[in-house]
Ligand binder design. Structure first.
Ligand code: SF4
Ligand code: SF4
Length: 74
């Protein structure tokens, strides 16, 4: 069953550390270049939304609170 909530990233806060990607137990995040800030390299994206179990481990792993769990839009 699909997760009720999924992570949403605030790329103005994100420091592209990759900790959320490492913490995800089902490897559904992916670091990819979003070109939001030329100084930062790779930002996380929810690449495999269907695999996300909504556990919020990524949210807790983020050192700068750049992730918030939000209701999935159907
Ligand atoms: S909520 Fe859990 S499963 Fe979904 S991206 Fe975050 S760590 Fe991964
Ligand atoms: S843990 Fe937070 S700061 Fe680090 S890449 Fe993920 S969202 Fe960005």
């Amino acid at each position: 069953m699909a997760a009720k909530q999924i992570p949403v990233f605030d790329y103005m806060i994100c420091v592209a550390c990759g900790l959320c990607d490492q913490a995800c137990p089902v490897s559904c995040l992916e670091l990819s270049k979003c070109d939001v800030d030329a100084y930062k390299k790779a930002y996380p994206v929810l690449a495999a939304e269907q695999r996300c179990i909504g556990c919020a481990i990524c949210e807790k792993a983020c050192p700068v609170e750049a992730i918030q769990m939000a209701d999935r839009v159907a």
